[in-house]
Design a protein around this ligand. Structure first.
Ligand SMILES: C[S@@+](CC[C@H](N)C(=O)[O-])C[C@H]1O[C@@H](n2cnc3c(N)ncnc32)[C@H](O)[C@@H]1O
Length: 350
């Protein structure tokens, strides 16, 4: 029998998907929940989940596995998924789900062990306001250090074109176009922001040039979010023209190493988006200490910025905040949609 915690995780996820207008994924999750309640074959996969199924995002692990299969055009699941279908044929879906479980149950077991991995370039559209503010205030090129960088797509934000409501920024010829509705009083955007160097780390980095890693990233993008998948694909394509690689490392160790040398004549920017709450408490403490210690050594010629887009309170949208040393005062710049679809530059001010 499926535990009440697992069932609750599926019910909450279906509700959450509907709130986010992801009705296809909501129907997949609700159908899976129904199968779990009825004791269908999928129940055998999840009956003894050892930890908290909600914080482990178990429903999204399973949805990711099914979408991963559907991304192969020859899979019997493919015609049931967008773009070939817009609504879920629940009966056909259950038949194909059960068939897939019979053919390769081990695949589902492997996918359930894997935390959903996303690299959301929409967040670049919010981080951009912070980079602009740092460039304007310091008057220096930026040295980018991103933790939890995943496939490194938000390390290449200066190669994208942004459409920001009344504003736009970036190369108009870029194949990657990111839209975000900006409201309030955003920071002025200089025509260009110079990036002097860039590096990133992740505990489990993805290689954007590997077919398997690309398919993983696309699998965790909800299938009805066609625009999101299209810009993700375009950003992945763009990575073939450089050799930037995200280093496999724990955020705190990596920051400790990266922040040791002084970088004169550039503004060093440590940044992260939707990463902090994934870090263990010890890692958070050590990462914060590494940044704050480097902050005490910052000078006007070698300033340090800490830019983050993170959830700060339960049920509230993520906040973009900035600390700039010397000085070290913290500022709230904006609140934003978790995927960067909008940003409010007035609500963020305090
Ligand atoms: C929700 S994803 C966000 C990825 C990316 N920042 C973005 O906005 O698209 C969180 C990322 O943090 C990484 N992560 C979790 N714990 C980490 C740690 N201790 N050190 C480095 N990266 C970590 C995960 O592997 C994952 O890629």
């Amino acid at each position: 029998m499926t535990s009440p915690d697992v069932l609750r995780a599926f019910d909450l996820q279906a509700e959450w998907c509907r709130k986010l207008n992801a009705h296809f994924t909501a129907d997949v999750v609700a159908t899976l929940a129904d199968q779990l309640r009825r004791g269908g074959p999928v129940a055998g996969l999840l009956h003894d989940w050892p930890a908290d199924p909600s914080s482990d995002a178990v429903p999204l692990r399973l949805c990711g596995a099914l979408h991963w299969l559907a991304l192969d055009g020859t899979s019997p699941l493919a015609p049931l998924y967008p773009p070939r279908a817009t609504t879920l044929d629940r009966g056909a879906f259950v038949r194909e789900l059960n068939a897939a479980l019979l053919v390769d149950r081990a695949f589902f077991e492997r996918m359930l062990l894997q935390a959903p991995q996303t690299n959301e370039i929409g967040r670049s559209a919010v981080l951009l306001g912070g980079f602009a503010e740092i460039a304007r205030e310091t008057g220096l090129p930026l040295a980018l250090l991103e933790i939890g960088a995943s496939a490194g797509l938000n390390l290449r934000w200066d190669r994208y074109r942004f459409e920001l409501g009344p504003l736009s920024w970036g190369d108009p010829a870029s194949p990657v176009r990111v839209a975000s509705q900006w409201r309030g009083s955003p920071p002025p955007l200089p025509p260009a922001i110079e990036v002097a160097e860039r590096a990133g780390c992740d505990r489990a980095p993805l290689n954007p040039r590997s077919e398997a890693d690309r398919r993983n990233l696309l699998a965790y993008c909800w299938p009805e979010q066609r625009e999101r998948a299209a810009r993700l694909t375009a950003a992945l394509e763009l990575t073939s023209s450089d050799d930037l690689a995200v280093e496999r490392a724990d955020a705190a160790d990596w920051l400790h190493r990266q922040l040791a040398p002084r970088r004169p004549s550039v503004a060093t920017v440590v940044y992260h988006s939707i990463v902090w709450h994934y870090l263990a408490a010890d890692t958070q403490r050590a990462a914060r200490a590494a940044i704050e210690q480097a902050g005490t050594r910052a000078t006007p010629d070698a300033p340090l910025a800490w830019l983050k887009l993170e959830f700060e309170a339960e049920g509230q949208p993520p906040v973009l905040s900035l600390v700039l040393w010397p000085g070290g005062a913290r500022r709230r710049l904006a609140t934003a949609h978790p995927h960067g679809a909008d940003a409010d530059w007035s609500a963020g001010k305090s």
